[in-house]
Design a protein around this ligand. Sequence first.
Ligand SMILES: Cc1ncc(COP(=O)(O)O)c(C=O)c1O
Length: 394
Amino acid sequence: MSFWLEDYLGQALEEIAQKGLSRSLKSLDGIPGPTAFWHGQEIVLLSSNSYLGLHAHSHVIKAAQEALAHYGTGTGASRLISGNLALHEELERKLARFKGYPAAILFSTGYMANLGLITSLAQGPQDLIISDQLNHASIIDACRLSSAARAIYRHKDLEHLKQILSQSQQYARHWIITEGVFSMDGDLAPLPGICKLAEEYGALVLIDDAHGFGVLGKEGRGTVEHFGLEDKIPLQIGTLSKTLGNLGGYVVGTERLVDYLRHKARSFIYSTAPPPSILAGSLAALALIESQPQLRQQLWARVNYFRQALLELGFDLMDSQGHIIPILVGELEKTSAFAQGLLEQGVYTPAIRPPTVPEGKCRLRISLMATHTSAQLERALLALKNVGQCLRII
Ligand SMILES: Cc1ncc(COP(=O)(O)O)c(C=O)c1O
């Protein structure tokens, strides 16, 4: 029997390799961040989204272990069948309260939260989704899966957004979707301007605040709190996989919205309920975010110091403003060489390349953690300086 599959795959992979875009996995050992082990060598990790280091916090690990012992590893069914535990409902209640909304609904990942929400809300010829050009792949995929019409506005360009809104009044519903903190550029959405336009044109603003949660705002409630726009945003999407240090996604909004999603969101209905250890770990992490604001202060002290040092070295940090710090390199080969050179000096921050970012905009994406020590940051800065100079990036 002759199968053509292997040839087909081989050809596709060869094309990717010829463009220099092959991807491979790095096998790390130990708790990943702020350091990890790679081939037995301890390396400084500058790529974790567990910004407060909560995935490694003793309270979080203990809570997850206890839930594992009490409930076992998995839920064995979707929430609507028999996978629903009191822990799911407790986490939904506490997330909703923390974010300042009446209700919340959990998904197995943030990716699935975007798929479930967007495809079930914007679902017909009367709907227009208007999406920022640099939104995360999960938002892009959700827009593609939705049967609504789509328009893309240039990154953070309010004039362009206004133009689209003013030229699309034939639609009954307009959904503007943006990230709060952009995951690869580290800049903030111009939320006050977006909300003003939304009000003017009767559109609804959806925010994926995966990276603002626990980091931005006085209480760590995210980008909306940072801008003081709590009464302007009817719902938000988030993830348990970044600052909460676990895995899972959620949507917060009204009771009616959550009820609607339980009926309509296919990625909620047709997927096994998130496991208990993740729920208990997330609950413990949320309690720490609320009770230990010093963790956020520690993160910001490190971010401000590191960002200033990188600017003094002469790196181009794009328009980034906070805890996600891109170093723009541009060319693909040079960016890969930069990441490889750093790894050889014991610092891991992967190269970000197309299709994750546009061609010619390759970069390193640095993310810091509250738990990085001064010695680790100095080691990283020295390596960035040495390799950056060697490759004439600075
Ligand atoms: C903005 C944004 N939304 C959604 C996701 C997906 O979240 P998860 O990793 O929980 O699937 C990510 C993850 O990278 C993200 O950056």
